[in-house]
Design a protein around this ligand. Sequence first.
Ligand code: ACK
Length: 222
Amino acid sequence: GPLEEMSIPLYFGWFLLSSVQDKVRCTSMDFLKTLDTLEAFKKHMTDFTGKAEKEVDLEQYFEAKGTLHCTTKFCNYGKAEGAKEYVQNPAVQDFYGSTFELSLSALFVTPRTVGARVSLTEEQLKLWPADAEKEAESAVPAAASLPLGSRAHVTLGCAEGVEPVQTGLDLLQILALQQEGQQGELVEEMELGPLTYYGEGRWLLSLREPICAPACFSSFYK
Ligand code: ACK
């Protein structure tokens, strides 16, 4: 009935504790600030601006999207496929309200989004829907053949007019290229790790030391 549907949230996910939110935002801002000064980035600036002469200020280009979190299941108040089944998953019930340590293993930037890749542990994967990657197939055809958890990310910002659901799709696209054997172009060793360019404005910074982010498994209603 309708009451039952109302108790299902917009989404479930891990919500980064506030202390680490600031750290992650700072790291991401520093990365964007450095990236847009690099000659290699300037060379591919038209990926972002569409025009050769125009400069881009990446810190202004993306807007933040609320509290930092890693979505596990987008439920849309019960209207999304598999939402009711997800709520009934014993792991979801058992772990609701528990704190986890997420490992942020890379930062990525595209003309649409900036985000952090989350590398999930076996335990964390118990909260990951089996079809999360497959659901992205219409946008990223190779998505279904990527390992479970590949889509896990924290959205750090979106370009004007871009919805945050795009961040996970951008990540899947980069991982699909890697899986196809595209190594990307190693641009340089940054302080935080190697920076790789995958064409079409797609940049990936692998963190030499992943950021450990304590996060609470919970849900969001608007
Ligand atoms: O940045 P995100 O992971 O992308 O967090 C937000 C959150 O749910 C609230 O909008 C994500 N989201 C939105 N629509 C979908 C969808 N169809 N599939 C998966 N995640 C989604 C969005």
